[in-house]
Design a protein around this ligand. Structure first.
Ligand SMILES: [Fe+2]
Length: 445
């Protein structure tokens, strides 16, 4: 959201944009839940995930808490269910046993919450109070719903049974993309203090000096990853960190999640219930941090740090300014990035030349979340806002930061500054990676 406001007309335009964003999120939520019967909605498809009917009512409950009770100052719609849908009170594995709303009740609940929220929106002055300045709380709730929509998409990927989701294939490659881009040493401005819907962990903007580095122009592809497997990548402990090797052994990892090999030795990838032959130019997806790290070591490189990733994505060396996205400040369109569940898989490398950075780094936004080598830490000057449970309680934990969003991420919940984090063993998320390296003497001058 780039909109600024100064008068009533602008506030009305902002209200219209907010309503549109909320409606878009809800359409996605319903598309992900209306395609399954009640038994499947209530089932737990993986111990890592909630039943989809929990996500659905939790979306409504967060919306009620923040927008009806807090922003609107109104009475509770369902004050009796807060505890059931508090993500910190019940681990995902325990959620199927809770006395949850059934699918019809959950749909009715989220619908009545939304009706009231639109009324709150129409009556709220969108500035003068930090919680609603620029529509922030509404944007936070729209992003929350979109984040759960991506989580629910991951649940769909873990679900077994006949396919229920369909989408057109992503665009084909338009240009050849290979090699790496050198980013000379220097300072850039990381994070943001001005993006009205940026979340607390993206703030504040602050200067960071980044030593020179090289970063791959594209994410690592299935074809490249296959070469790592063929070269014994999963059998060579020297390529793995000690902790990564222990996990690889205990979990029995031999390939990315959802890859299967047929009797003829051909690799297939199962996506949302449909097996398809592996596409060699498609970015690899469903790898954990430890796999990414082992691949990097095999390739003689390393994962980028979070600051390197963001500098590659946002710093324009021509103007020496930091932009919102690799291509500039405009919101992502269909030509720039594979986002928003428009396609249910990553696009081949070279499919989004209009989304490349001015230095020629492609597909940083969309397609696959990219693992970085960095832990999840607050930026200097961080302030928890509006609640500590969004970011603050996760800082310093056993997480690695992922950047850039995936095909499952909505543009509303994806910016050049957006920070995602997860445990290094997780791979049910739409995670891939690209490689970086230090500069050699004489490079980057
Ligand atoms: Fe949530």
């Amino acid at each position: 959201m780039t909109i600024q406001f100064s008068d009533n007309a602008t506030t009305d335009r902002l209200r219209g944009e907010i309503a549109e964003v909320l409606t878009g999120a809800r359409a996605r939520t319903l598309a992900l839940t209306d395609c399954l019967d009640d038994a499947e909605l209530a089932a737990q498809h993986s111990r890592l995930m909630s039943p989809l009917v929990w996500d659905l009512a939790h979306i409504g409950n967060q919306e009620e808490l923040w927008l009806i009770r807090d922003v609107g100052g109104r009475a509770a719609v369902r004050g009796d269910i807060d505890e059931l849908y508090d993500a910190f009170k019940h681990a995902r594995v325990a959620r199927p046993e809770l006395p949850l709303l059934d699918p019809a009740q959950a749909r009715g609940y989220v619908g009545s919450v939304r009706d009231e929220v639109l009324d709150v929106l129409a009556r709220t002055r969108l500035h003068g109070n930090p919680l609603v300045e620029g529509g922030f709380a509404f944007g936070m709730i729209a992003q929350h719903e979109q984040q759960h929509d991506e989580t629910m998409l991951a649940t769909h990927q873990l679900r077994t049974g006949p396919a229920v989701l369909a989408a057109p294939p992503p665009p084909a490659a338009r240009v050849a993309v290979r090699g790496e881009v050198i980013v000379p040493a220097g300072e850039f401005v990381m994070g943001t203090s001005t993006d009205p819907w940026a979340l607390d962990n993206e703030r504040p903007a602050h200067p960071v000096h980044v030593p020179g580095f090289a970063i791959d122009a594209a994410p690592v592809t299935n074809g490249e990853y296959l070469a790592f497997i063929a070269d014994g990548g999963y059998e060579r402990p020297e390529l793995w960190s000690p902790r990564g090797w222990r996990h690889r052994t205990e979990a029995g990892l031999v390939a990315p999640q959802f890859w299967e090999r047929d009797g003829a030795g051909t690799w297939w990838r199962r996506a949302f219930g449909t097996p398809t032959p592996l596409r060699p130019r498609q970015p690899v997806v469903h790898v954990c941090f430890f796999e990414a790290e082992a691949y990097a070591s095999w390739a003689g490189k390393r994962l980028p740090t979070e600051a390197e990733w963001e500098k590659a994505a946002r710093f324009d060396p021509e103007t020496e300014t930091t932009r919102r996205y690799p291509w500039g400040d405009a919101d992502p369109g269909t030509a720039q990035a594979n986002l928003g569940q428009r396609h249910l898989e990553p696009a081949d490398v070279g499919a989004y030349p209009a989304g490349a950075s001015s230095a020629g780094v492609h597909q940083l936004i969309g397609d696959v979340w990219e693992w970085t080598s960095s832990g999840f830490e607050p930026y200097p000057g961080f302030r928890a806002f509006p609640y500590a449970e969004y970011s603050d309680v996760f800082f310093g934990g056993d997480y690695r930061v992922l950047r850039g969003g995936s095909f499952g991420t909505d543009p509303v919940a994806c910016r050049g500054t957006f920070r995602n984090w997860d445990h290094p063993i997780r791979r049910q998320i739409f995670s891939g990676f690209r490689l970086a390296r230090d500069l050699r003497a004489g490079e980057g001058r």
